[in-house]
Design a protein around this ligand. Sequence first.
Ligand SMILES: Nc1ncnc2c1ncn2[C@@H]1O[C@H](COP(=O)(O)OP(=O)(O)OP(=O)(O)O)[C@@H](O)[C@H]1O
Length: 225
Amino acid sequence: MNLPLATMPATLAAEGLSAVRGGRRVFEGVSFTLAPGGFLLLAGRNGSGKSTLIRAIAGLLPPVGGHLSWGEARLAPGDLAAQGLLIYQGHQFGLKPVETLAAACRHWAAIMGHDVPDDLLVAAAKRFGMVNLLDEPIRCFSSGQRHRAALMRFCLAPRPLWLMDEPTVGLDTDNRAALEALIADHRARGGMVIAASHDPIAAEGDRLDMDAHAPRRVSYAEGWV
Ligand SMILES: Nc1ncnc2c1ncn2[C@@H]1O[C@H](COP(=O)(O)OP(=O)(O)OP(=O)(O)O)[C@@H](O)[C@H]1O
């Protein structure tokens, strides 16, 4: 069962993004275009800025340079989230240990402004082999099960742009395949995915190498630091 997208997707474009974290420039000159149905893999070494770029697109960390646009509209930081266009999944799963999986899913969807009918919840759980865990509290879950619980959220809100930070971590072979099928189904209805990953993900698309966007090092010999 796939939810129809609530909003028509449009091309997402980044132009010359740069970001600073902890007072240090992390990357600069990041540009890309992601059309409806597109997939963009963010690659690069540890610390190259993959998570930072995802957070910048999600509106959690305003870039210090460059901008995003959605179709013809130039965006201010946070606009994609404010307009209900994205789902972001970072390294923190944000799951309450005392909640059951079903309650956690409904809670998260409510925050996103959606009700979750039973058939949708069961379909989401089926994707990741979680149906028998729907009434179990999260505190009893293994780390891989927590990750799968977090991934179920992508099935629960019909938003066109998915931002996935290390979505394969801790998944076994079957659940990696389930993740890849989820991504393929989303793209087939026009959805778009940006994923940061050290692992290969079976999805045709573009690759952005964050190592190529490291800030230029300026030497003392050039006169300023
Ligand atoms: N909360 C923070 N405060 C200050 N600096 C940070 C913070 N988080 C990350 N950084 C710095 O920002 C840079 C980019 O980190 P980021 O997490 O975006 O890299 P990454 O490419 O996702 O790395 P990894 O592959 O290890 O997940 C790193 O140099 C890191 O030290």
